[in-house]
Design a protein around this ligand. Structure first.
Ligand SMILES: Cc1ncc(COP(=O)(O)O)c(C=O)c1O
Length: 461
């Protein structure tokens, strides 16, 4: 299936003022809008946004809307089911009263936020980053990464990403003409029968080295990892860094879950001054402050890299939302005093434990997360009923899509099929897994568990 065509948007006639419109005209108008129009080839959308197969989010939303089990318990998408703490919310409200906070911010971000980031990261970085040259603020981590690709990728340059990947990387790399080279993370062999640490998802470093060519310009790393929950070890990071140094590859280290780690967390940029020189590190206020809708992110790295990311960001959206940058600055300034960072970890770990108790109860294994707020459960032991009526666009996907559809229809629980984050070739690797987001209220987690108990009759131990 493809996205709906843009024809209805492109061919909309000027509307008659509502007061003057007769019932007959509005009926005609409605009929007009519902009739697909043939679009002239000249007006067709660019390939980069058209003709993609239906994405996981719309399949899951469609399944949720069609399910008889309303309301659905949404454990799918990674947004928080609760608000940022008051000290951050109040900072946002007060920012709206300040004249300068309602106007353009400097293209590289508000000085107060860059200073606050420099101060907040210093204990992890071992030094204070220069807020003017080593930090640039972006419209969420996602636009920051788009800016990084726009800044460094020319047509035909290759970018290595690990599977499973955060889905936005794909179009962000393809837009400037980059060619993606995929290297799979391998789940533990016993993942279908045993609960094991997410650390057991591994990279085959020979496979990684074979993926490097003279055209490899960048490598994207994500730690703590979505959806696996792995925090790359220092040794693994060193091997990746050595390969990148040897082959002069820019590392884009997506560390948006950098305040949610349950084992020691190393930032690849801090391994050595040489590695720091080739690394761009990505952060997200959305993930740090439970505010994914605020769209504030940042990239940190050496001035030689950051200046071009900032230049691309200026072309893409000029500057990022001002009052929420101010609120994030205050968030960083006050977080330690409010004990916020340690509360984040304790609270999320408690949610993980609370939710994962259901897998232990059902005898279904999962990957024990080392960071982030996602858990991958393995449902290999769940038998889907023969002849279950899956719609065609689900029937022709991996088993994880069928599992997700089944859970929504039969139990009213939404989860994400992770094969969406793999190439077709490697999608089978996660055919038995589903990703659940635990950043939800405890009562939602309890409701999800109660519903998941309905799986018992489909499980073969
Ligand atoms: C791994 C990863 N990177 C980046 C992002 C995007 O972050 P932001 O909302 O700040 O754009 C997400 C959001 O889910 C993510 O999971």
């Amino acid at each position: 299936m493809t996205f709906p065509t843009l024809s209805s948007l492109l061919f909309r006639r000027p509307l008659v003022a509502p007061a003057a419109a007769s019932t007959a005209t509005s009926l005609t108008r409605r009929a007009f809008h519902n009739t697909p129009l043939k679009m002239s080839a000249k007006l067709k959308p660019a390939a980069r946004v058209s003709g993609r197969r239906q994405d996981v989010w719309s399949i899951i939303n469609e399944a949720a809307a069609a399910s008889p089990k309303q309301p659905i318990v949404n454990m799918g998408q990674g947004f928080f089911g609760y608000n940022p703490p008051d000290f951050i919310l109040n900072a946002a409200k007060q920012a709206l009263d300040k004249v300068d906070c309602n106007q353009y911010s400097p293209t590289r971000g508000r000085p107060r936020l860059k200073q606050a980031i420099s101060d907040a990261y210093a204990p992890h970085w071992g030094r204070k980053l220069n807020p003017d040259t080593e930090i640039t603020i972006t419209t969420g981590a996602n636009e920051g990464m788009l800016s990084a690709f726009m800044a460094f990728i020319e047509e035909g340059d290759e970018v290595i990403i690990f599977e499973p990947f955060f889905d936005q990387y794909i179009s962000n790399i393809e837009m400037p003409g980059g060619k993606i080279v995929y290297v799979p993370m391998h789940p533990p062999k016993e993942g279908g029968t045993k609960t094991l640490s997410a650390a057991e998802w591994t990279i085959d470093f020979d496979e990684l080295e074979r993926a490097i060519t003279p055209k490899t310009k960048m490598l994207v790393l994500n730690t703590p990892h979505n959806p696996v929950g792995k925090v790359y070890s220092r040794e693994e990071l060193q091997k990746i860094a050595d390969l990148c140094l040897k082959n002069q590859i820019i590392i884009l280290s997506d560390e948006v879950y950098d305040r949610l780690f349950y084992v020691p967390f190393t930032r690849i940029a801090t391994l050595s001054p040489e590695v720091e020189k080739i690394t761009l590190t990505v952060g997200s206020a959305g993930k740090n402050f439970y505010a994914t809708g605020w769209r504030v992110g940042w990239l940190m790295g050496p001035p030689d890299l950051i200046q071009y990311v900032a230049a691309a960001h200026t072309r893409i959206c000029y500057s990022s939302v001002s009052p929420l940058q101010e609120a994030c600055a205050i968030g960083f300034e006050q977080a330690e005093k409010e004990n916020f960072w340690s509360t984040c970890v304790t609270d999320m770990q408690a949610k993980m434990r609370r939710f994962n108790a259901i897998w232990d109860e059902l005898g279904l294994p999962y990957s024990e997360p080392e960071g982030g707020y996602f858990v991958m459960a393995n449902l290999a032991k769940v038998t889907l009923p023969d002849g279950y009526p899956f719609p065609p666009h689900v029937a022709d996907r991996q088993r994880d899509f069928k599992l997700a559809w089944f859970l929504i229809q039969e139990l009213g629980v939404a989860a994400i099929p992770p094969s969406e984050f793999y190439t077709d070739e490697n999608a089978h690797i996660v055919a038995d897994y589903l990703r659940f987001a635990v950043c939800k209220d405890d009562k939602i987690l309890e409701e999800a568990k109660e519903r998941l108990r309905g799986l018992k009759k489909y499980i073969q131990q």
